[in-house]
Design a protein around this ligand. Sequence first.
Ligand SMILES: [Zn+2]
Length: 447
Amino acid sequence: MTTKQSVDLILYPRWLAPMSATPAEAKAGAVAFLENHACVIHQGKTLDVLPQDECRQKYSAQFEYNLSKHLLMPGLFNGHAHSAMALLRGFADDYPLMTWLQEHIWPAEGKHVSESFVKTGSELAICEMLASGITCFNDMYFFPGTLGEVLRDAGLKGSISGPILEFPTPWAQNADEYLAKNTDLIQEFNKGGDIQFGYGPHAPYTVSNATFEKIIDQAQANNTWIHTHLHETAFEVQQSMTDFGMRPVARLAKLGLFDVHSQAVHMTQINDEDIENLAGKKCHIIHCPESNLKLASGFSPIQKLYNAGLNINIGTDGAASNNDLDMVSETRTAALLAKAVAEDAEAFPAYQAMYSATRGGALAYGRDKMGSIEAGFEADMIAVNLDDLNTQPVFDPIAQFVYASNNRQISHVWVNGKLVCEHGQVRVIDTDKVRHDVEQWRQKLKG
Ligand SMILES: [Zn+2]
């Protein structure tokens, strides 16, 4: 009798979606999901994926989970958030973007944003995101080092883009100070791997050409990315035509932004010339459909962008313009909206939607060994209980996840093979304390 190999953890799901095949490969017939396979996890990584019978012969583990009604899939990657803005959820609703920012959000932030605000807001957002199956996310907000510390203390992951603007805020006084503070954080955090920092110039209308040029140099020198809001509204495009005589995408292309690792968030109001400026470049698209809908910003033609060879990732944006941080509903909204925008029911099919919410995020942020369940990859994954009546019967678990499930069906969340959330209960942050601190902030913000 051969000795079984002892490992940390074995999961026995009914269905397993590795997300290894690209959407194009899946469309051409590659296997989208496996049935009755096991996932073997050791030292924070997936060690093996194999039929359950074989697994029982080959491996034994201290912890084993029988997930006989569940889909096991990579954790969701929220490609764009402003976590601490969870404290401003419901603070000002039903305004267009510039009114919302200039008359409500920016004045409140100017008065209240501090390390303490960011700590509590980030903890609130992270708890909500974990319970919704988000195992990594991008963030752009002030005092980003505070978010980095919250994640480090909890043993979680993040790809953080520290903000850069031309005007003063409680975090920095001018573009050079924002840039220098970001460079310090990149040098402090990026060695570890789980928490990485990049540069987050806020938008074309808040950052000058000279500052963009400095950021591009610094990003290359520090081997990191540049993350910016781009083509969020028609107003932004009109203003750029007035101020620069060209569309925002054309302006940033001319500066060389897309020749370096970058992410463009929103991308509404896109024409064929914009797509030509992006095709074949190192830019990834972060699509935030619910924020675009709520702020009436416009529609992003994501199937067209994907067809031009661009990688797509889905994001929630901040809770103040969504108003939740739920990537399950965001993914469904993205899938449905893409069909309406393309006027094509075959656009952005379920597999592509799930890929964009998982592996697409890992690729967008240069995390090559994340977002897929296969040997050697980081063991960040979630179990979704499809036994609820709203997801019965199961013909295709991927379609069921995208079109019929909700975030309360996410039963288990693992990061680096560690169970961080079970049945909605976060295990790595004290949620009672978060509730208490959030209430203190609500009273302060109410004034
Ligand atoms: Zn945003």
